[in-house]
Design a protein around this ligand. Structure first.
Ligand code: IYT
Ligand code: CU
Ligand code: CU
Length: 316
């Protein structure tokens, strides 16, 4: 359907309504190789603060492996679309994931009264949509792809603001042939209370299981645990665990160096590795912080007390 290919802002259906939708669509692309990553940037259609309150994916199951939506100030490019595989990235400055769609995984919904704050004042003036096209054999007929996302948005201030807390390892080295290497990351939490509701794990092929915890008074509480070999979408987090000033956030990625003949480092290519635990939370809009991260290596002493489940690989 050619009208699918149009990226557009649709005005409110009702006069005076503060609601609108934004269609973010690939402009009819034809990837020529398997595992092509294409990105598109879209200016946020208002200089005022606005809020994303829902995501509606449009993806062809036979070609799209995953879609990620980022928010940022300066995209790498503003040309129609660009190759954003390992070399070229998505954003020049700090970017934040706001949505992930992955084949065969249920998409996440934002809780009621929760929105991602975007727009010039919020420091997020662009959306960047990344689409990973997996198997291109479905393009042998030379049809063009318009996969993408519709955002349901509003100008009405939301009571709670959504945000992302990213725990990532920057210094893990995986020795060739070694069966188990843990990447441990932990930071003290020193901001206003946050309410986690979804999490996403990311490693490359050597990751077996990734777990995220809150530590309070020495007690470890699981926020989420998943195999990074399953579709890397956002999965529902353990809702009972909230995080407040004085808690510690911690994550462990378990890797295996089997099958490698040289050391594996953290890096951008598929021969490198990554250890990421993303936690999506909401926070009272009065003191909203939309993005936080933790890159500190967790101490041996702290991780002596990690629950045993964190070391149990998840079968895929
Ligand atoms: C070195 C590393 O772990 N990179 C991750 C996490 C990361 C995400 C963002 C780092 C920065 C960011 O601005 I957003 I600095 C990484 O690249 N992860 C990939 C995607 O690029 C988001 C992933 O799929 O989680
Ligand atoms: Cu993918
Ligand atoms: Cu990666």
């Amino acid at each position: 359907n050619p009208s699918d290919c149009v990226s557009r802002v649709r005005p409110p259906q009702l006069f005076n309504s503060q609601n609108f939708t934004v269609d973010l669509r690939m402009p009819g692309v034809l990837p020529t190789e398997s595992d092509t990553y294409l990105c598109m940037a879209f200016p946020v259609p208002t200089s005022r603060d606005s809020y994303i309150v829902d995501f509606l994916p449009h993806a062809s199951m036979d070609t799209v492996h995953h879609m990620l939506l980022f928010g940022c100030q300066t995209p790498v490019s503003t040309s129609s679309y660009w190759d954003c595989g390992s070399v070229q990235g998505t954003c020049e400055d700090e970017s934040s994931i706001m949505y992930a769609w992955a084949r065969n995984a249920p998409p996440t919904k934002l809780p009621k009264d929760v929105g991602f704050k975007v727009g010039r004042n919020s420091g997020m003036s662009y959306f960047v949509l990344q689409i990973h096209y997996g198997d291109v054999s479905a393009f042998r007929d030379h049809h063009r792809d318009c996969s993408g996302l519709t955002l349901r948005m509003t100008l009405k201030p939301q009571p709670f603001i959504a945000g992302i807390y990213l725990l990532m390892s920057v210094d893990t080295v995986i020795l060739p042939g070694k069966k188990v290497t843990n990447a441990d990351v932990a930071c003290d939490y020193d901001s206003y209370p946050i309410y986690p509701f979804a999490f996403r794990t990311h490693t490359h092929s050597l990751g077996k299981v990734v777990s995220g915890y809150r530590i309070r008074d020495g007690k470890w509480s699981l926020i989420g645990r998943q195999s990074p070999q399953l579709p890397q979408a956002f999965y529902p987090a353990n809702k009972d665990v909230t995080v407040r000033y004085g808690d510690t956030m911690a994550a462990r990625c378990v890797f295996s160096g089997e099958g490698r003949i040289s050391k594996t480092y953290i890096g951008g290519t598929s021969n490198d590795e990554m250890c990421n635990f993303y936690m999506m939370y909401y926070m009272d809009s009065k003191h909203a912080v939309p993005f936080m991260s933790c890159m500190e290596t967790g101490s041996k002493e702290l991780f002596r007390h990690i629950p045993a489940e964190a070391n149990v690989p998840i079968a895929v």
